[in-house]
Design a protein around this ligand. Sequence first.
Ligand code: FAD
Length: 365
Amino acid sequence: MKEYDYLIVGAGLFGSVFAHEVSKRGKKCLVIDKRAHSGGNIHCEKIEGINVHKYGAHIFHTNDKDIWDYVNQFVEFNRYTNSPVAVYGGKIYNLPFNMNTFYQLWGVLTPDEAIKKIEEQVKNSGIKEPKNLEEQAISLVGIDIYEKLIKGYTEKQWGRKATELPAFIIKRLPVRFTYDNNYFNDKYQGIPIGGYNKLTEGLLNGIEVQLGVDFFADREKYESLCDKIIFTGKIDEYFNFEFGELEYRSLKFEHQILDQENFQGNAVVNYTEREIPFTRIIEHKHFEFGKQAKTVITHEFPLEWSSGMESYYPINDDSNSLKFKKYSDLAKKETNVYFGGRLAEYRYYDMHQIIASSLKLSKIC
Ligand code: FAD
């Protein structure tokens, strides 16, 4: 008889939901995380009374009422609606692309005028079979939206020219012919009142958590402690990088406290010019409608990833997908070890998807 039923490697959202669910069924869990805090990438740090999203802005959204009710049992969510704006050439444009944006770009007032403008530009481009991301974007929305709102931002994100990026990265570019700045189409969205840590604390309440502990520093000890392992770290690391390292895009966040109440009047402002090195500035207090005397802003810089850096976005190109396939074949052969979450599954997941996936696993193992 082992000391724990489950060892959960990673106290992020996936691990925390899993631990909560199986603990409810009377299972004994140990959750470990190599970071000094739980919550993984949704962790917030309180600075000047403001919940600062340390690993990038997180806005919860879902169409699934069960998932919405699930998170709201731990913390009430506010009615924050994500309505980012973009700055280009000293002018503000609303996102996602909608009638407000089309008015700002061309002075058009009606959906018919906007549709005509886009159709004209798409036709004039003469692009029939897009060979790269630039051609793909122009063939979908025309030159103006592409040049002002897509090109620079995308090139910064990927660290490559849009003409060197494959067309498939952009499958479709949603355009709305209504005056609607709500970024997400989902039925439910918001931010936990008091920050995401309340969600993690609620999930992990009463569960043994050890922080600052790397599974690989004492793998044998941890393996001997439990019947089953839920592994939410990097799958390639679990298998000793046998097929090489899976690659990511990284990010750098520069946080600043400003001695003013309101810096930019919106939580998310994108900078779409190539020459400006960051992609966006986040002003955290606006997620919770804060009225503090000071404000905290974060400049977000996309970064080339190299081994040892924070891994943010998986690069799902052919070479990495092939590598991942080999690792996931090995994972299937493991007995009593289950792999879940964004690092173990090497895919981008939104929070509601992580919760759904973790709930599913908790029911079957
Ligand atoms: P993580 O949060 O990464 O947790 C994994 C944990 O495992 C980490 O804490 C790590 O320290 C730990 N760990 C790894 N290896 C080991 C080891 N060897 N030993 C011990 N511990 C280990 N989703 C949304 O729904 N809305 C958003 O607005 C949104 N914005 C995002 C913005 C950015 C910049 C990024 C990158 C993601 C965003 N997401 C958003 C996605 C969201 O962050 C993820 O869905 C979620 O955090 C994934 O949870 P996870 O538990 O799988 O991974």
